[in-house]
Design a protein around this ligand. Structure first.
Ligand code: ATP
Ligand code: PRP
Length: 222
């Protein structure tokens, strides 16, 4: 279709994207927190926003359900990034993808002993690759959220999840033991749209680039 479709997830990505949209002269017509609509218009008749799960943003853009989207690097690492052009680190939704364990679990010694670890996560691919690269044998348990619970109920030795303030880990007597990656959200673009809608996309990309602070430009995380 003509015009531009932008895939965003509700919550922090939508909220942190608002100023970027504003820089491109785009104002959402409705608030996705209060509206049940999945397609939200904007002040610009040719631009619309679709509201999808954070982990589905790359899939919608890859398959042409949206021309562009904004997704965390964690989500993109897990998706694999195939069929997507990733021109811009937006520096928003910053966090770190970490391995965490119970405070009373000696991770370093378990790794040294060559123990087989149970790891609960929604990031199966990322976790598999991370532990394989370290030569650590793992049994992975797929979860969709509240990963912090798994070690507390004896279901896993470790989790792989994003950490920002560290409050969730602390509140659940967990401790981060390894960083897998520094995360922020990136603009992703459908490869066909990039060719067919070059001018519209360039306008949006230039506006986003003007007001964003990429992770690389600011290596000190809060
Ligand atoms: P889904 O609904 O697909 O399971 P989700 O609930 O993880 O996704 P959000 O919590 O909105 O979705 O997170 C969106 C993105 O924001 C994540 O992919 C990650 O990059 C980043 N993020 C997640 N948690 C935090 C946090 N506590 N602080 C900062 N950024 C975060
Ligand atoms: C994310 C993540 C952690 C938490 C980390 O959850 O899954 O649980 O944030 O942030 P902190 O280090 O600042 O405590 P979120 O708040 O997005 O909840 P959800 O994944 O259940 O939506």
């Amino acid at each position: 279709m003509n015009g531009l479709t932008i895939a965003l997830s509700k919550g922090r990505i939508f909220e942190e994207t608002r100023p970027l949209l504003a820089a491109a002269g785009i104002e959402p017509a409705e608030d996705p927190e209060s509206s049940r609509k999945l397609i939200i218009g904007t002040n610009r008749p040719e631009v619309r926003i679709i509201i999808v799960r954070a982990s589905d943003v790359p899939t919608y853009v890859q398959h042409g359900g949206a021309d562009i989207g904004i997704a965390g690097r964690d989500v993109l690492m897990e998706h694999g990034g195939q069929g997507l052009y990733q021109p811009l680190d937006l520096g928003i939704a910053r966090c770190r993808l970490m391995v965490a364990v119970r405070q009373d679990f000696d991770y370093a010694s378990a790794v040294r002993r060559g123990a087989r670890l149970k790891v609960a996560t929604k990031y199966l691919k990322v976790a598999r690759e991370h532990f394989a690269a370290k030569g650590v044998h793992v049994d992975l348990i797929k979860l969709y959220g509240s990963m912090e619970l798994a070690p507390l109920v004896g279901m896993s030795d470790a989790i792989v999840d994003v950490v920002s303030s560290g409050n969730t880990l602390k509140a659940n007597h967990l401790v981060a033991v390894e960083e897998i990656a520094q995360i922020s959200a990136r603009l992703v673009v459908n490869q066909a749209s990039l060719k067919l809608k070059r001018a519209e996309l360039k306008f949006v990309m230039d506006a986003f680039a003007r007001v964003s602070t990429p992770l690389d430009a600011d290596p000190v995380l809060p």
